[in-house]
Design a binder for this molecule. Sequence first.
Ligand SMILES: C[S@@+](CC[C@H](N)C(=O)[O-])C[C@H]1O[C@@H](n2cnc3c(N)ncnc32)[C@H](O)[C@@H]1O
Length: 279
Amino acid sequence: MANVSDLLKLSAHLQSTSDSSQLDCELLLCHVLEVDRAWLRTWPDNQVSPAQQALFESLLDQRIEGTPIAYLIGSRGFWSMDLNVSSDTLIPRPETELLVEIALNLNLPSQSCGLDLGTGTGAIALALASERADMKWVAVDSQLGAVELAKNNCHQQKLSNVSIYQSCWFDTVKAPNNKFDLIVSNPPYIATDDPHLSQGDVRFEPSTALVSGIDGLDDIKIIVSQSPVYLNSNGWLLIEHGYNQGQAVRDLMLSSGFSEVSTKQDYNELDRVTLGRWK
Ligand SMILES: C[S@@+](CC[C@H](N)C(=O)[O-])C[C@H]1O[C@@H](n2cnc3c(N)ncnc32)[C@H](O)[C@@H]1O
């Protein structure tokens, strides 16, 4: 029978697919054995059953074919949470935590209401709801699978201040007090012919979560133009976008009448989130 150390050596087969082959291999083995990475290091000689080895090797084969690690193990860490993921929506990205930080730094008053458009796994809404239990949150997605996933994540995080339902952007949005003080969104923003769509993890993610017209701005245009109807006076709109879309999103917000418009950069110093205030 193989032991932990034998199976971890199979990471060599992943080197041409993944630039984190050792980590990927450890995460797959942790998932199969239901242990954490510290356990693998502590017990390298522990024997692995034939059934566990077969499952591990089948997951490794799928990873070698390019399937994202989060889809194979069914979860991804975001903010302080471990979220379930599925092929119905995007795997949450670390860059999106910037949007959460900016939203929290707005220091909105207690009892304010926030809306997350295109919630996917619920990543943004649930992170904000966990930090601001004194606020009410609404989260919507057009994909039923994503709505069910976000509800399930909300339940696991034991959050009672979030309502999640299916809606095409604002179509069926109902604000608890008619309007919101904050609207956040990480919408699809990749151009239809972007070559990145055929590389890496995004090959396995649904186009409904990624693609938005020839310049990637179709959905952002809808959100920016319709948000004023749903924002309270002095309410904020925060949108995550592509590294090359900062100027375009600022222009859209300014021409829709937003003030205090600015773009924040992520940890790679790339334009990532644009915000504006509705007076
Ligand atoms: C880039 S993903 C972001 C998911 C999640 N907010 C995150 O940051 O990980 C965009 C999400 O928008 C949803 N979406 C796409 N078109 C939509 C629409 N017309 N109305 C509502 N949601 C939409 C997709 O299903 C997807 O879950």
